[in-house]
Design a protein around this ligand. Structure first.
Ligand code: PLP
Ligand code: COI
Length: 349
């Protein structure tokens, strides 16, 4: 491998890409970070060039889904510095998954160092401030023994790929960008199953419901609670938020992925705006009384939900300026436009 060129945050050299026009697609960057766990220790390989991976054919990640992934964004701030958003939270969530899947935990410092190294090595691909795009950071984790029995691996690979991305839902955020979602008859996760961790298998189970929703003209599927199909649970790869009167609501469920964006927005709502917040069961029928709805996540950021449909009902929601306020504050903190009272920005370099 040729030595990667290390960039420093002050470097402004950018690849010739129309960052403002990017969608949420994989665009190969020169470097990725990799570490390997074997005989009880993690060994960093640093940044590497190979886009393909050679793993044993008997690997647990291939046969039994012993696999996890994460997602976060790195952005250029208004001050020209490069920031990741709360990467330690992603490390903790990945380790929650590693414990559940009986794999070796990735040391938080290794995880964060990997994010820093891969972002710096690919600095010309970090979208400039104001482009509307970001560097999507995708850490992932694979169990890789050569094995056929149903048992956890003893060796693991931890890799981080990055790619510059634009909005997850076409058009992104704004008062003219409402999206429609379809209540799915399927479940993405079982009660007391793996819905709360970011295991790839949860997403394989979402392909059929997601494709059916898209074929019916919707942006994504909405999942109800898997036990009773009565309460709102998740929106594809995003959490659900709603305003009922003054109060910001979000579903409480053990099978929902604990979104870092959601947690951040709830904190902004209470600590910055003083809005009441409730994390509780939200019946689908309660949509009759809801004033505004949104999806949130790293990729989805905040997406205004203009419409929700099930087999025989349709609910519509106006754009609510409170989404704009939450959006501006979240993005403002991420890009250093405003102060960061919570210590969420992680400066790289
Ligand atoms: N729910 C699911 C199923 C997801 O895949 C994601 C994306 O990571 C989220 C919610 C949002 O989580 P976060 O805000 O941590 O990105
Ligand atoms: C994210 O928001 O990071 C996600 O993981 C969503 C997705 C592309 C699966």
């Amino acid at each position: 491998m040729t030595q990667p060129r290390y960039y420093f945050p002050g470097d402004t050299e950018k690849v010739n890409l129309d960052f403002a026009k990017l969608g949420f697609d994989y665009h190969p960057c020169p470097y990725r970070f990799e570490a390997v766990y074997e005989l009880g220790v993690w060994r960093s390989r640093g940044v590497v060039e190979e886009t393909s991976m050679a793993i044993p054919e008997g690997s647990q990640c291939l046969h039994y889904g012993q696999q996890l992934f994460e997602g976060m964004k790195v952005q250029t701030g208004i001050d020209g510095k490069i920031y990741a958003f709360r990467p330690r939270e992603n490390a903790r969530r990945m380790n929650e998954g590693a414990r559940y899947l009986q794999g070796a935990e990735v040391p938080e410092e290794l995880f964060i160092r990997g994010v820093e190294e891969v972002a710096l090595a690919n600095l010309p691909y970090v979208p400039p401030y104001g482009s509307g795009a970001s560097l999507y950071v995708r850490p992932f984790y694979l169990g890789i023994d050569n094995n056929v029995g149903v048992k956890p691996a003893s060796r693991f690979v931890f890799r981080i790929l990055v790619t510059p991305v634009g909005p997850y839902f076409k058009g992104g955020f704004g008062p003219d960008q409402g999206k429609s979602f379809m209540v799915s008859a399927y479940d993405r996760a079982a009660p007391m199953g793996t819905g709360h961790i970011k295991a790839g298998g949860n997403y394989a189970c979402s392909f059929q419901p997601g494709v059916e929703a898209k074929n019916a003209g919707f942006a994504e599927a909405i999942y109800l609670d898997p036990a009773e199909h009565k309460y709102i649970e998740e929106i594809g790869a995003a959490n659900f938020l709603a305003f009922k009167g003054e109060t910001l609501l979000t579903p409480k469920s053990p099978s929902v992925l604990p979104s870092i964006t959601r947690r951040s927005l709830l904190q902004i709502a209470t600590d910055i705006f003083g809005w009441p917040v409730e994390e509780r069961l939200i019946e689908l029928n309660e949509l009759d009384e809801i004033d505004a709805a949104a999806a949130c996540g790293t990729a989805a950021v905040i997406t205004w939900i203009k419409e929700i449909a099930d087999a025989d009902r349709r609910w519509t929601f106006p754009f609510d300026q409170r989404w704009q306020k939450l959006y501006d504050n979240l993005l403002g903190i991420q890009t250093a436009e405003i102060e960061d009272p919570f210590g969420w920005r992680h400066e790289i370099g």
